[in-house]
Design a protein around this ligand. Structure first.
Ligand code: AQP
Length: 337
């Protein structure tokens, strides 16, 4: 059976970039018949930048809850926390020993993040652990946002190199997985319009953020800088609000905004109010489900426990193959022949 795998970091509130760029795609895939879908809250990744140890358990739980609220149904997919399956770290180490340093130093995300944070060795190794996450389950499809394409390419390279060194051409151990990108939301812009929406940049719209806070942030968000007065015509192509309309509004409203903004028939506040309606239509049911799960936390915990139990079985089978392939002494007390 084809297997899909993806993960999300519990580094803060899940935002609409995560939701539209990745999670919504996960939900669609999870509903497909004939594909097994595994999704992971990658807490070992979250500690590659400075973190608050006391907050991490709650953040991990909250990320699981937000994903379930956004539509991941544990009856259809498997959801678990990365640290509950220790084989991720074991395979990560094996891959670390096989990965040239130069491959890691050229990763764009490493370069970006090492400008923001002190460089921990784990930050450099991040994509190796990510490769282990994916390949432990021999997943062939990885739904992600555009920012992760380079990491998935490296995962393919790691799989290829491992197969070449330790397996036969006719019986490779790992598949070479492909990224699956939702083209409409591959790179959701941040509220500042300056770059991708990122938890660490504080330019997010949280999926579980109260309606009023979302509105306050949208109300003051920049639009077309050349449109100073209400009577000035605007250019939707350079306005982040229009980019959001394309993600949240009806075709009819998108067309109306596109036409009316250009001839100053609609002002920025009206445009933003209309956008808010579209956003809220999408987020309200998610927030209602989140409120339900907050009242029934056992549903989240049960999903994580049974998800980890299931994944551990797959992961242990893969590690048996890997250990044998790379020449580690078998676990059972046998003398090497
Ligand atoms: N702005 C975005 N547009 C589209 N997809 C996005 N993703 C993240 N931001 C956007 C996708 O969401 C999935 C999980 O993200 P993550 O939290 O594991 O990764 P991230 O890229 O580190 O998220 P942030 O918000 O940008 O966090 P920080 O600021 O900590 O780096 C991934 O599939 C990602 O592509």
């Amino acid at each position: 059976m084809k297997r899909v795998f993806s993960g999300i970091q519990p580094t803060g509130e899940i935002h609409i970039g995560n939701y539209l760029g990745a999670i919504r795609n996960w939900v669609k895939i999870g509903e497909q018949i004939g594909k097994e879908a595994i999704f992971c809250i990658v807490d070992y990744h979250a500690i590659t930048i400075p973190h608050e140890a006391k907050q991490l358990p709650q953040l991990t739980f909250d990320a699981a809850l937000a994903n379930m609220a956004a539509g991941l149904d544990p009856n259809k997919i498997t959801l678990f926390a990365q640290s509950h399956v220790r084989e991720h770290v074991e395979l990560g180490w094996v891959f670390t020993t096989q990965t040239p340093l130069g491959d890691l130093e050229r990763m764009t995300q490493f370069k970006d993040k090492s400008e923001q944070h002190s460089i921990l060795a784990g930050l450099l190794m991040y994509p190796v652990l990510q490769a282990a996450d994916i390949l432990l389950y021999k997943a062939d499809t990885v739904p992600v946002g555009e920012d992760q394409i380079q990491h998935i390419e490296l995962t393919r390279e790691i799989a290829r190199r491992f197969n070449y060194r330790f397996a036969s051409e006719s019986q490779p151990i790992f598949p070479e997985p492909k990224a699956s990108i939702d083209k409409n939301a591959a790179r959701v812009l941040g509220l500042d319009g300056a770059g991708k929406m990122s938890k660490s940049k504080g330019n997010t719209i949280g999926v579980l953020e109260p309606q009023e806070t979302i509105w306050q942030n949208i109300r003051v968000a920049p639009t077309d800088p050349a449109r100073v007065r209400r009577t000035d015509p605007g250019n939707p192509d350079v306005c982040v609000m229009f980019a959001y309309h394309k993600l949240f509004s009806s075709l009819e409203n998108i067309e109306m905004v596109n036409t009316e903004c250009r001839r100053a028939g609609i002002g920025c506040v009206d445009c933003k109010k209309l956008l808010m309606q579209g956003i809220w239509q999408e987020l309200e049911p998610i927030q209602a489900k989140a409120a339900y799960l907050q009242d029934h936390p056992n549903e989240v915990t049960d999903a994580l426990v049974s998800g980890a139990d299931y994944c551990r079985g797959i992961a242990q089978d893969t590690m048996l193959e890997v250990r044998e392939a790379i020449g580690l002494l078998p676990l059972e007390s046998r003398r090497p022949s």
